[in-house]
Design a protein around this ligand. Structure first.
Ligand code: GLC
Length: 624
């Protein structure tokens, strides 16, 4: 190493030495014999640490002292596109009061780094990791926004798109000119022999919008690996330069004040012939390396893994207690199962899914959400559904039919995504409001249906908020924003239906939330009330015990949260009929935290799409 360990200051040296052996071992496991690359990585890390601002270092120390800082019931997230929400970064800064009013202290700004117009995959094709998209502002604007957020106690999350670069990235351009140094950062092939072998085991991500995993480059007369869109070139992490350089790109972002790094599409980063190129052991090795690096350079920073996979593939990204990987992961199966319950009016699978989540260690922090910028993929527990004779393909067809409003009596207004005629598979797009029936009812001016739809929308949010972890609201959902169909006519967007739920935030609608009786007021105030209760009551913290209860009605989900002092029985009616939850918690009178009504938790009548948060204090244990 050019910088000897003796040159490190005490703080850095202590952190470094704590992880050194494991770090070195992991790195050499991937890149055996590349001590030179390991040493230059170590040198650079120290440089990034030295460059890190004093206030950020203070924040690191504070968070090191309180490592559970993100685990309480106070955290509430919102995710948004900067341009859709407020035009640019300066605009977001001006709207921080509104963001705070939404109870948000975790702000996920969707990809905002430089990426080519019309070939950006919503910003996930990055052309320059050190530059903000000019139309959104500059790196200085980002830094200022982060600084202002920190003053207000808001953490910022940013995507780190490490699986690929845009074909317009400097490396890609140089590779295109034939420079071998840069070509070795991607996967190039002279003919289709190897790609054909890969294709045998590698599933497709976008079977309709971008079929296959390789693209032909006519100017180079070569194939290149492109798992996502053809303009997103997969990075070759077999080359240690790629890992090192990408780590520096990440450290650059955290030094601008980013608190949470969302590792985009992380399961895909390592490719190996003969495998499905997902979740390979090397991926976990790299994520652990990233965790170690953040613990050494910027321990206040959190890693959020974007792992949209089956539950058994998701959980390993937390790593182990001794060797943690990500701090947080998306609760993707619960999200998809929630929409399954909406479409089937049956909460049994959701109960089963809650039981699975409840068996996991309480240290695991999940991000709970109803909608995000992506489609809903139907990754459900089909093995469990099979006992009721429900098959995967036909069930997906039913869910998609219902949620796109094709099914008789359906209230939902979604659109299909990547519908693959070959496999019969399709995913789904739409906003919470449109999928809950608000769009249809408002259009048809059907007041009764609108009332039901608003109840469903709020009930779903209440369900999201009752789960352990960090709830994340998708910007616009707080005012019941509907689908945006303008993308149909936009030549740069029309073929990607995810733009259906990526519309502009409608400030003229937001203004209506202050008028009593408007749809926006009902959703905004209803949601805020739930969030306020969550913030106030200790039993929403991740350390509470959580279990499901039988309600003897398959459309009613019953969840109990309890700690030593308090107990909550939460009931959610997924059907359009008034129902009775046949529970029998024989322990006195509860208060519904939402309405203030008092009742026993026994044979509870619950209106269509209704929700109860029945709460009571438990008796203090008697002194021995
Ligand atoms: C992630 C993003 C998605 C994007 C993909 C490729 O899954 O959420 O929007 O298309 O990565 O970067």
């Amino acid at each position: 190493m050019q910088i000897p360990i003796e040159a490190y200051n005490k703080e850095y040296k202590d952190r470094f030495l704590k992880y050194y052996d494991e770090f070195k071992w992991l790195y050499h496991e991937l890149y055996s014999g590349r001590t030179d690359m390991f040493e230059s990585l170590c040198d650079e890390m120290f440089r990034w640490y030295k460059e890190r601002g004093t206030e950020l270092k203070e924040m690191d120390r504070d968070r090191e002292r309180h490592p559970d800082w993100y685990k309480g019931n106070q955290m509430l997230g919102m995710m948004m596109y900067v341009d859709a929400f407020a035009g640019d970064l300066k605009g977001v800064r001006k709207k921080l009061d509104y963001i705070e009013e939404c109870n948000v202290n975790y702000l996920h700004l969707m990809p905002l780094l430089d990426s080519p117009e019309g070939r950006s995959d919503g910003g996930y094709a990055v052309a320059d990791f050190r530059k903000v998209k000019p139309e959104l502002g500059t790196m200085e604007d980002l830094e200022e926004l982060a600084g202002e957020c920190h003053k207000r106690g808001i953490s910022i999350c940013l995507d780190f798109v490490m699986n690929h670069t845009s074909e317009d990235h400097e490396w890609a351009k140089r590779a295109r000119q034939g420079d071998p140094e840069y070509k070795s950062r991607y996967y190039f092939y002279d003919n289709y022999d190897i790609p054909a072998q890969f294709e045998r085991t590698m599933p497709e991500v976008f079977p309709t919008t971008a079929p296959g995993n390789f693209s032909w480059l006519p100017d180079m007369e070569q194939f290149i690996m492109t798992t996502f869109y053809p303009y997103q070139w997969d990075l070759n992490y077999w080359n240690p330069v790629v890992l090192n350089e990408m780590i520096y790109n990440m450290l650059n972002l955290v030094n601008k004040g980013i608190d949470i790094i969302r590792i985009d599409a992380v399961p895909y980063i390592w490719k190996q012939l003969g495998t499905n190129c997902r979740n390979l052991p090397q991926v976990h090795n790299i994520v652990r390396i990233m965790r170690i690096i953040t613990e050494i350079v910027c321990p206040g920073v959190l890693l959020l893994g974007e792992v949209v996979m089956a539950p058994d593939k998701v959980v390993p990204y937390f790593g182990s207690v001794e060797k943690p990987e990500c701090h947080m992961l998306y609760n993707v199966t619960t999200m998809a199962t929630t929409w399954h319950s909406v479409a089937t009016k049956d909460a049994m699978l959701l109960k089963q899914q809650m039981n699975v989540v409840n068996t996991l260690p309480k240290d695991y922090v999940f991000l709970n959400y109803l909608r995000c910028h992506d489609d809903i993929g139907w990754g459900l527990d089909y093995l469990w559904l099979m006992q009721f004779g429900i098959g995967e393909v036909s069930h997906k067809r039913y869910l998609n039919n219902f949620l796109t409003g094709q099914y008789p009596g359906s209230f939902a207004r979604g659109e299909l995504y990547n519908s693959d005629p070959a496999s019969g598979d399709a995913r789904l797009c739409g906003t919470t409001a449109s999928l809950s029936g608000i769009e249809k009812a408002a259009y048809e001016r059907d007041d009764e249906a609108l009332k039901r739809a608003v109840s469903l929308d709020l009930m779903l949010h209440a369900y999201m908020l009752v789960q352990s972890g960090i709830p994340v609201v998708y910007s616009g959902d707080e005012i019941g924003q509907e689908n945006d169909y303008t993308y149909h006519k936009d030549p740069k967007k029309w073929d990607d239906s995810r733009y259906l739920h990526r519309g502009k935030f409608l400030w003229e609608k937001e203004a209506l939330r202050k008028q009593k009786g408007t749809l926006q007021q009902k959703i905004f105030d209803g949601l805020k009330r739930l969030e306020d209760i969550r913030k106030e009551k200790q039993l929403f913290c991740g350390d509470a015990d959580v279990w499901t209860v039988d309600t003897w009605d398959k459309s009613i989900l019953g969840i109990v949260r309890a700690n030593k002092e308090e107990k909550l029985v939460a009931l959610f009616n997924f059907s359009e009929f008034d129902k009775t939850a046949w529970i029998n918690e024989d322990d006195g009178i509860y208060t519904d935290l939402i309405t203030g009504s008092r009742m026993e938790a026994k044979g509870v009548n619950i209106p269509a799409y209704g929700v109860y948060w029945l709460y009571k204090r438990r008796k203090e244990p008697k002194e021995a």
